[in-house]
Design a protein around this ligand. Structure first.
Ligand SMILES: *Cc1c(COP(=O)(O)O)cnc(C)c1O
Length: 345
């Protein structure tokens, strides 16, 4: 019996719809990294049925894998732009690169003279995109440029009061002022929450779709780890590698099929799994494939315990691990049976 990840596609669609309806901008969907581990093909198909037409990935290979699952008129945009070795994937997918440099632009126009593309602009994050001087030099390009989308990315959107937000907003507005007719996109999930000034024409939410972490959102994911066997321990008996924990009372310990290879980080301290509303503490070291959980206080031994669900969000686990919900979701790994609810189309 594998661990099970239940993914509610209707809830992901509802999250997308709330973001779409709350803004004048068109809402796209970021489905990179296998839709943050939830399944890019299933998620993108459901969102396309819901009306999404702009999908974003990082790699050309992700675009090629996604193409067969989307309707003809859905656009796939590639954040890494155009890299050596990407030609076949762009040819197969008809994806659109978000070009990051004059060299990428030249290479793409040479290989695909008539294909649509966008430009990513570095408005201050210093990660990807045209630097201001390189962008300025494009004003003299021949033939003239006709990008289909202009994007940039915010470095500090998760901190609403951060001065970088206003600085990058001003910089993006200024750097794109010469191309008023081209659609623009600045906001990912946290940027959307900064308000309409950051929305421009296209929204690029990822995590908000997958955690529902915004006003009116719903968590669409549940992770269950099956119990393989249980043990009755006497006080003083240790559990697991290093014998770092020992029972302080007569205890029933369940051994579950799930460990750090399944996204239960070894560094987690104070993690509970849940049987309904009852928290059951993880005890002893977290191994690669197994964890021990104290179920002494449960009346009956269940088949499985809940790692992620209404009782405990990816953000809650992230807080215990000193990381962010993105890393919790993308670390869940390939051993979960991914079960989809509410699949349409
Ligand atoms: C990952 C990513 C997004 C989506 O970010 P979320 O915070 O998950 O909404 C948007 N734009 C770019 C450039 C990204 O890399």
């Amino acid at each position: 019996m594998n661990p099970v990840l239940t993914i509610d596609l209707n809830a992901i669609c509802a999250n997308w719809r709330s973001l779409d309806q709350a803004s004048r901008a068109e809402c796209g969907a970021v489905v990179k990294a296998n839709a943050y581990g939830l399944g890019a093909a299933q998620v993108a198909r459901a969102l396309a049925t819901e009306g999404a037409r702009k999908f974003f990935v990082v790699l050309a290979s992700e675009a090629a894998a996604l193409r067969p699952h989307l309707p003809e008129n859905a656009e796939i945009w590639v954040f890494s732009g155009y890299m050596p070795g990407d030609a076949a994937d762009f040819k197969a997918s008809g994806a659109r690169p978000l070009l990051n440099s004059p060299a990428q632009l030249a290479a793409f126009r040479k290989d695909f003279p008539d294909a649509p593309y966008g430009l990513d602009i570095d408005s201050g994050m210093a990660r990807l995109g045209f630097e201001p001087a390189a962008l300025a030099s494009l004003a003299f390009a021949s033939p003239p440029l006709r990008p289909a989308l202009l994007t940039s990315h915010l470095a500090c959107a998760d901190t609403p009061g951060h001065a970088m937000n206003a600085t990058q907003l001003a910089s993006f507005s200024l750097l794109t002022a010469a191309m008023p007719m081209v659609p623009k996109s600045l906001a990912a999930s946290a940027g959307i929450a900064l308000g309409a000034a950051f929305h421009f024409d296209v929204l690029r939410p990822g995590i908000a779709l997958y955690t529902g972490d915004f006003a009116g959102g719903t968590l669409p994911v549940q992770a269950e780890l099956p119990i393989i066997q249980t043990r009755q321990l006497l006080p003083g008996q240790p559990v697991g590698y290093g014998a770092i924990w020992a029972a302080s009372r007569p205890s029933r310990i369940a051994t579950l099929a799930g460990g750090y290879a399944d996204g239960v980080f070894r560094s987690l301290k104070g993690l509970n799994l849940y049987c309904g509303r009852t928290p059951c503490p993880v005890v002893g070291r977290i191994s690669m494939d197994l964890i021990g959980v104290d179920i002494t206080d449960l009346g009956e031994i269940p088949d499985s315990l809940t790692l992620i669900g209404p009782q405990q969000s990816p953000g809650d686990i992230a807080a215990l691990a000193g990381t962010i919900s993105y890393e919790v979701l993308t670390a869940l790994g390939a051993r979960y049976n991914r079960v989809y609810r509410g699949a349409k189309g």
